[in-house]
Design a protein around this ligand. Structure first.
Ligand SMILES: CC(=O)N[C@H]1[C@@H](OP(=O)(O)OP(=O)(O)OC[C@H]2O[C@@H](n3ccc(=O)[nH]c3=O)[C@H](O)[C@@H]2O)O[C@H](CO)[C@@H](O)[C@@H]1O
Length: 363
């Protein structure tokens, strides 16, 4: 008799931030011969382009409580209930070996169905503070895997620190040699997360232009700017004689990051994971409106280790940014220490640890 192929259901959605780690897990489980299904909604489905095409995508009729008007808020529970019934029917039929939720409202139907059917299940939280959906399920799953440590978990919930899975292109550059700043061409990478960040477009270009001339003439900038900010950012750099590549999204961030002397970024979970796995000095401006201020929590481990400087958005001025950039680029020994400190908190093995948990749950 041939052995039945094992099945993993991954439930994720919302922002790219939930989908990147889900993709990393899917890739490895497929290589291990598992069948993988992704349960997500229309918003999450926009981020499935990078998933291997053998991942079966099940679009659920989920709904966000956060967006939409009063009617949407009233209808949302009904849609989620309907989605849960449909997910339960499919799971009853398919009998997945394990169900893993990565957070976001689209994860609700599959996680609720897995609970009703008592299937082995776990959640992975990318951030230092549990998201709303993961918080609800944290007491109702077999394992809570945490991407950021220490994680702020509800009392009585024990987490496992797996780290945040990073893309293969990041993993290949784990601990890539760091060339400290000096009197030769240097690069700065500026990234705002999957959607860019206006504050970085407002203060970083003038801060870089204010650097001492002997530093500035060696600088090349890769700056991710939102579509609507791109033209003015590129124009500012050009008018100030700064060699800059401005794009709405860099497909080759791992390469650009490994070549950079300095990274300036928001503190989204995957951005922080990339910076610490590759090991580069960084200046982080956490997004102040993230649920539970989780980006400040994401930045904490890296900062406390000495790998990053955090500037809260409320204090982020051109002058402070210019001072911090100059302090890193003019002190090579300090920059090398920061790069090593960043590496010390990196978890390049995060995907493997997550895979091990899935296999343990499958028995
Ligand atoms: C605004 C917001 O709510 N953001 C949340 C969202 O982050 P967001 O969706 O912004 O994602 P992350 O910062 O976690 O990841 C962004 C990823 O995109 C990559 N990158 C970025 C720019 C670019 O040009 N090219 C590129 O490849 C980064 O290297 C990183 O790997 O989900 C994360 C995980 O739940 C949270 O921590 C963030 O708080």
């Amino acid at each position: 008799m041939t052995e039945r192929q094992r099945l993993l259901v991954i439930a994720a959605g919302g922002t790219g931030g939930h989908m990147f780690p889900a993709q990393a897990l899917a890739e490895v489980m497929l290589r291990k011969g598992w069948r993988v299904k992704l349960s997500t909604d229309a918003r999450g489905a926009r981020y499935t382009g990078g998933f291997p095409h053998t991942v079966e995508i099940e679009q659920v009729a989920s709904a966000s409580f956060v967006r939409g008007g009063v009617l949407a808020k009233l209808v949302a529970p009904l849609r989620i209930f309907g989605g849960t019934l449909a997910a339960a029917w499919r799971m009853w039929r398919d009998r997945p070996d394990v169900v893993v939720g990565f957070g976001g409202y689209p994860a609700i139907p599959a996680m609720a169905a897995a609970r009703v059917l008592r299937l082995p299940r776990m959640i992975h939280e990318q951030n230092g503070v549990l998201g709303r959906v993961n918080r609800v399920f944290s007491r109702r799953v077999d394992r809570v895997a945490c991407g950021t440590w220490p994680a702020d978990l509800p009392e009585g919930v024990a987490g496992v620190h797996t780290g945040n899975p990073v893309r293969a292109a990041v993993q290949e550059r784990a601990g890539a040699p760091y060339i400290p700043p000096g009197d030769y061409p240097m690069s700065i990478l500026v990234i705002g997360g999957s959607q860019g960040a206006r504050v970085l477009s407002d203060i970083v270009p003038p801060a870089i232009a204010a650097l001492p001339m002997d530093v500035l003439r060696n600088i090349r900038v890769s700056h991710q700017a939102r579509d609507e900010d791109g033209a003015r950012v590129a124009q500012f750099y050009a008018e100030n004689g700064v060699d800059a590549d401005v794009q709405p999204f860099f497909r080759d961030v791992p390469r650009r990051m490994s070549e950079a002397q300095l990274v300036i970024s928001r503190a989204g979970a995957s951005s922080v994971a990339d910076i610490s796995v590759i090991g580069r000095p960084s200046i982080l401006i956490p997004y102040p409106h993230a649920t539970g201020d989780h980006q400040s929590a994401n930045a904490r481990g890296l900062t406390e280790a000495g790998g990053a400087i955090v500037i809260p958005e409320s204090r982020a001025t051109v002058e402070i940014m210019a001072e911090q950039i100059a302090s890193i680029l003019t002190q090579p020994d300090g920059a090398v220490k920061m790069a090593h400190a960043a590496l010390s908190v990196g978890k390049p093995e995060a995907t493997e640890e997550l895979v091990a948990l899935v296999e343990e749950l499958a028995g």
